[in-house]
Ligand binder design. Structure first.
Ligand code: ATP
Ligand code: MG
Length: 424
């Protein structure tokens, strides 16, 4: 017997409600990003390994243990993207997107990290991503955060909190780093092995640790003392959020897992997904493009986990067929194929059921939640008509073939715009 291959650990194949949830998150993102004027871009899944290794930080978990990297047939080191930001910055330079600066872009798709799979954590997962590149203004941070908040609202998620912090500028960060080394060194032996290693290489990351042994020391760590300039920037972001009606909590210990962040850092978090509670995360990364060999370019962005959002939303409404054709006999089946083409070209969701007796097919049409079944029999074709059966009411009536479209138009009054009330 041939053995059926099993899926790669940490990957998912979705159908039914799970697939509908995923699609709803993506569609909602695409709707909101257009309201905010973010251009849709498409990005490669594979990049030269250097794109991530140089930007995300050699000592971060993603680069040191989670990347899917391989040598391709010509011996080049290639990595499946673990995130979008670094690849977008690469394109900003290599594709000459600088001419569009300040550039507001959005994209979504798979990302890959070799992590231990669990609820809300996969090896192939999917992100929504939004970036503003070439803008040093705090207004860019505010716009991105408002975009994130509106996306969550449109998805119907309440109970997601925005945690906001600043990582300061280089001067405030260096001073803080020294203070943290002093603080954590006093408890070195009590820290997790990972954090003992971080203490030497990347002490800020201890604050981000999920290990219970590290939490008490992370939580009691001294907060950053900001330079006047960094303080002003953070003040402007907070004032903008207040004006835009975006609620936030200051989280002095929030750091992001990657090295490239400066100034604003934030996470939208929920209590509902355990340790996987971060649904949107991001911040300002003013130094990243320089690390890729480009000119100093301020930028800010966020990424959201599609799977995590999909788990939190209510089951979305799915579209049912408006009309289902039930041909009785071969001649009728050909007629239906012809009519179906018109009906679908006119924009109706239409289906044909061609298996089983008429009664069985009618109950299938009801189970599919169609509104109307159109029964097409030999006698009816001879008379130039079909039978419309209104499945909810159960009533049935004859409609001439040439009037099918008009009748459907009448039944499904379309083109009535759905207007939402303006803000108060
Ligand atoms: P976490 O702290 O949960 O590991 P992260 O800081 O590594 O997240 P980011 O690199 O900021 O995550 O990615 C942005 C978002 O992508 C996360 O907030 C999360 O929603 C999602 N995400 C990250 N890694 C995974 C994964 N392995 N599986 C599913 N979603 C993920
Ligand atoms: Mg992670």
């Amino acid at each position: 017997m041939t053995q059926t291959p099993q899926p790669v650990r940490g990957t998912q194949s979705l159908i039914g409600e799970d697939a509908d949830r995923f699609a709803h998150v993506v569609a909602t993102f695409d709707h909101v990003r257009r309201l905010y004027g973010f251009k849709r871009i498409e990005m490669p899944v594979i990049e030269p390994t250097a794109v991530f290794a140089r930007t995300m930080g050699e000592t971060t978990d993603v680069v040191s243990k989670e990347m899917y990297s391989f040598e391709d047939r010509s011996g080049d080191s290639i990595t499946l993207r673990p995130e979008f930001t670094a690849g977008i910055c690469r394109a900003y330079l290599s594709e000459g997107w600088q001419r569009f600066a300040p550039l507001k872009v959005a994209t979504h798709g798979p990302a890959f990290r070799y992590e231990r799979p669990q609820k809300g954590r996969f090896r192939q997962f999917h992100q929504l991503d939004a970036e503003v590149i070439g803008s040093a203004e705090p207004a860019a941070d505010v716009e991105l955060l408002a975009f994130g908040a509106q996306l969550l609202k449109k998805l119907g998620l309440s109970g997601v909190r925005l945690k906001l912090n600043t990582l300061g500028d280089a001067a405030s960060r260096d001073a803080w780093r020294a203070q943290l080394v002093e603080h954590f060194s006093a408890h070195r032996a009590e820290l997790s092995e990972d954090s003992q290693a971080r203490l030497d290489k990347n002490p800020l990351r201890i604050l981000d640790s999920k290990d219970a042994r590290d939490r008490p020391f992370a939580d009691s760590a001294p907060p950053m003392v900001l330079t006047a300039e960094a303080e002003d920037f953070f003040g402007a972001v907070k004032a903008g959020l207040d004006a835009a009606g975006v609620a936030y909590e200051i989280a002095p210990h929030l750091v992001r897992g990657l090295d490239y962040y400066r100034h604003t850092a934030f996470e939208f978090v929920t209590d509902q997904l355990g340790a996987q509670g971060t649904v949107i995360a991001g911040g300002r990364y003013d130094g990243l493009i320089e690390q890729l060999g480009g000119p100093h370019t301020p930028a800010v962005g966020w990424a959201a986990g599609i799977e995590r959002l999909a788990m939190l939303i209510d089951a979305p409404d799915v579209e049912h067929p408006q009309v289902v054709f039930i041909p009785i006999g071969e001649e009728a089946e050909l007629q239906c194929a012809k009519i179906l083409k018109w009906v679908r070209e006119d924009g109706f969701r239409a289906d044909m059921l061609y298996r089983g007796n008429a009664k069985k097919r009618l109950s299938k049409a009801s189970a599919d939640k169609a509104s109307i079944a159109i029964i097409v029999g030999e006698d009816e074709i001879a008379a130039g008509a079909v039978s419309f059966k209104f499945l909810a009411a159960g009533e049935q009536r004859s409609v001439p073939i040439h009037q099918i479209i008009q009748e459907l138009e009448k039944q499904f009054r379309r083109d009535v715009p759905k207007i939402e009330l303006p803000l108060a």
